[in-house]
Write a protein that binds this ligand. Structure first.
Ligand code: GRG
Length: 306
């Protein structure tokens, strides 16, 4: 199977599992009672289904595969993480944040529904993630489930993704035009984008009960991958095509957003992207040939056009 086929396959599995986990109208679903208000349920389904690369679920499944776990063994953890990612996109698109109209080639949730429903759909997805992780379907051992819950909470919270989003918006709106340094930009991006990507890689070690050394290696890989992912995202914003990317482009410069592209220009940002790719590849050395799929994932991040 090629890398693209593997990514597609895991995206399909994630989509199907999420479809069940978030609930369906007038049907008994596996993990929810049947009392989700229909309009809210519609917004939750709009936010989670029918699009997205499912790159974080892919990382969960493939990092777990390093320890001999099947796709099925890792899928609910992958789906829980994707719920958190989807919530973050829904909230990021709100008028008070990025004020975006299009996401994954569709109207954003607040455009398709309204602002309060988008806020509530995001809240519901964030809490659903932890409901999923508490279920024995994630792992039979409670201590593994608790470690996943704690790890995801930390990665998503105020010292992780939410903290990075706060630093990003403060820099854009409160800093009185002060230009952030490269170190400050990399720090905020390592939280905003990197924390969830890093956790996706660590989740496989937690599920597979890997050693401290293996965890450290995947953590280093995840951090470098997250950095590469964000730089590639900034390059796509500067150079990409909106129809292919699935959302508006050229927004960062217009908003005065602090990115490596705005600070250093395209060429230096591309060089930094290559350095991050190499750091990710180097971190996989302890896994030898077993790390080939994750190595392909790093190459994919650097070359992606969406
Ligand atoms: C609102 C708490 C909160 C956080 C928002 C995720 C995020 C933080 C902001 C999104 C803005 C953005 C464009 C960040 C850059 C990297 C990123 C997370 C891109 C979107 O992820 P993809 O490319 O999206 O994996 P798909 O649609 O493929 O899932």
């Amino acid at each position: 199977m090629t890398f693209a086929q593997r990514l597609d396959r895991i995206a399909g599995l994630t989509e199907a599992r999420l479809g069940l986990l978030v609930g369906r109208k007038s049907e008994q679903s596996e993990c929810r009672d049947n009392e989700v208000p229909p309009r809210l349920l519609g917004a939750i389904r709009h936010a989670t289904l029918g699009g997205g690369k499912r790159f974080r679920p892919f990382l969960v499944v493939e990092s777990a595969a390093l320890f001999g776990l099947s796709e099925r063994d890792a899928l609910d953890t992958a789906a829980a993480l994707e719920c958190v990612h989807c919530y973050s996109l829904v909230h990021d698109d709100l008028p008070a944040m990025d004020n975006d109209q299009t996401r994954r080639g569709q109207p954003t949730v607040w455009k398709a529904f309204d602002e309060w429903t988008a806020i509530l759909a995001g809240d519901a997805l964030l809490t659903l993630a932890f409901e999923i992780l508490s279920s024995p379907s994630v792992h039979e051992q409670p201590d593994v489930r608790v470690e996943l819950i704690a790890g995801l909470a930390k990665a998503a919270g105020s010292a992780g993704m939410v903290g990075g989003q706060a630093l990003d918006l403060d820099a854009e709106r409160l800093n009185g035009g002060r230009v952030l340094s490269a170190a400050e930009i990399l720090h905020l991006q390592s939280l905003k984008t990197g924390a969830l990507i890093r956790f996706a890689c660590e989740a496989g070690v937690i599920l597979g009960r890997g050693s401290a050394e293996e965890r450290a290696a995947l953590r280093t890989y995840g951090l470098a991958l997250g950095r590469a992912f964000q730089i590639a995202d900034d390059l796509l914003d500067a150079e990409g095509d909106a129809a292919t990317v699935g959302k508006a482009v050229s927004k960062d410069a217009a908003a005065g957003k602090a990115t490596l592209v705005s600070l250093m220009g395209l060429e230096e940002a591309r060089a930094e992207l290559k350095r991050a790719e190499q750091a990710a590849l180097d971190a996989l050395a302890p896994f030898g040939a077993r790390g080939a799929v994750l190595a392909d994932a790093a190459r994919f991040v650097v070359r992606r056009d969406r």
